[in-house]
Write a protein that binds this ligand. Structure first.
Ligand SMILES: Cc1ncc(COP(=O)(O)O)c(C=O)c1O
Length: 394
């Protein structure tokens, strides 16, 4: 007879059981505890948050600001977000009912998807991509539909492939340009074609613009600003990358009132509001953080040039991405799989990169290296990678 205390029903939900663990986290379990590792792994700025932003968080606490805020976030911050988005992305949002402050873009992404997806609805997204996309769609009981971008197209979106993925069940298209992990961007013509397709097929576009400040060439407005797009676009952005504020956990969503309202319903039950001190720091970032942000971006540009040349010099073909702080070199010439390459590089040379297949199957044959590390660390890592590749070819 079964012990009456042992569980007889499945204890965890099927859709959670079926979800693979994040490939990045698996890999970083290996890194933890390894001393002297040069990490080009985690997608996090190596800069500490600019001082005036930190100071405003300290000052917020000193003044005893320890309460909840409005669910949607401080109105002063939403007003500043609205101004910033209008000036930098060419689209006007009403801070009253078209802006929502969230706990990072992570939360904004989750509640955007949950607010619009019915079970079985399809959401199209590009691979290789940020590890959360397919999981977020699946957790909302939607169907993740991947477009496989390729090096031949500089990992940018292939309009023909997009068209081929659309079905009557397509509810949304999730975009992330500049892209994590490839750094790929869109041009104006692609944006216009995507907009036309979205309008024609009545598709909602979620645009994750977390890396747009880190664009090293021509900067374009958001797809949300194109005719007919504001009413069908959820614009997501945050402070983690451009302002080196990952630990503050502040992001935001802007969009049409009905969609922001639906997102806020979820947000008010699960989160209530982002931390007031972090929101005040974010306000300072928008008001006075521009110079510091530009300085970091210019530094990333130099590092990008260095790392792209370095990978190509050691014989690993590496495109020059137009944005983000990642490169995605091709490692197929070594004869190793992405996972073997990353594991052996870590074990033999103590350099951490992320296997490309962590970002989708079509990332196999590549690794992601984050150049938000100091120039000396990047140079040392490149030397070690050079040694490693040379040894492999012997
Ligand atoms: C494409 C993309 N979107 C969203 C996020 C989440 O960022 P946040 O720190 O704002 O939650 C990340 C983090 O790496 C990312 O790369």
């Amino acid at each position: 007879m079964k012990d009456s205390k042992s569980p007889r029903k499945p204890r965890t939900a099927d859709h959670i059981n079926n979800m693979p663990k994040s490939g990045i986290r698996d890999f970083f379990e290996l890194v933890i505890g390894c001393d002297d590792v040069i990490s080009l792994g985690v997608g996090e700025p190596d800069f500490v948050t600019p001082w005036t932003i930190r100071e405003s968080a300290i000052y917020s606490l000193e003044r005893g600001h320890t309460s909840y805020t409005s669910n949607k976030g401080l109105f002063s911050l939403r007003k500043e977000i609205s101004k910033y988005v209008s000036e930098n992305y060419g689209v006007q949002y009403d801070p009253d009912n078209e802006c929502l402050v969230t706990v990072g873009v992570s939360e904004a992404l989750d509640i955007a998807i949950r607010a619009i997806v019915n079970p079985g609805d399809e959401v199209i997204y590009c691979e290789p991509c940020f590890v959360s996309y397919a999981a977020e769609i699946a957790m909302a009981h939607g169907v993740p539909v991947a477009i496989e971008n390729s090096e031949d197209n500089e990992f940018s979106l292939d309009i023909g492939k997009l068209k081929s993925k659309i079905t009557p069940k397509t509810k949304a298209l999730l975009l992330n340009f500049p892209c994590n992990p490839t750094g790929a961007t869109l041009n104006m013509q692609q944006m216009e074609e995507i907009a036309e397709i979205a309008i024609e097929n009545d598709i909602i576009v979620i645009t994750d613009e977390i890396y747009t400040e880190l664009t090293y060439e021509e900067r374009l407005p958001s797809i949300a600003s194109l005719p007919g797009m504001k009413e069908r676009t959820i614009f997501l952005h945050g402070f983690s990358k451009a302002y080196a504020m990952t630990g503050f956990r502040v992001g935001y969503a802007c969009g049409p009132e009905d969609l922001i309202d639906a997102m806020n319903k979820i947000h008010q039950y699960i989160i209530m509001c982002a931390s007031i001190n972090a929101q005040e720091a974010a306000l300072e970032a928008l008001k006075n953080g521009r110079q510091a942000m530009i300085k970091m971006r210019d530094e990333y540009r130099e590092r990008r040039n260095l790392i792209v040349k370095g990978f190509n010099d050691v014989g690993l073909k590496c495109l020059k991405p137009k944005g983000s702080f990642y490169v995605f070199p091709n490692i197929t010439s070594t004869g190793l799989s992405s996972t073997e390459f990353a594991k052996r590089l870590l074990e033999e040379e103590k350099v951490a990169v992320v296997p490309g297949n962590a970002f989708g199957e079509c990332g196999e044959g590549y690794v992601r290296a984050c150049y938000a590390a100091s120039t000396s660390q990047i140079m040392e890592a490149l030397d070690k990678i050079g040694e490693f590749v040379k040894r492999l070819s012997k």
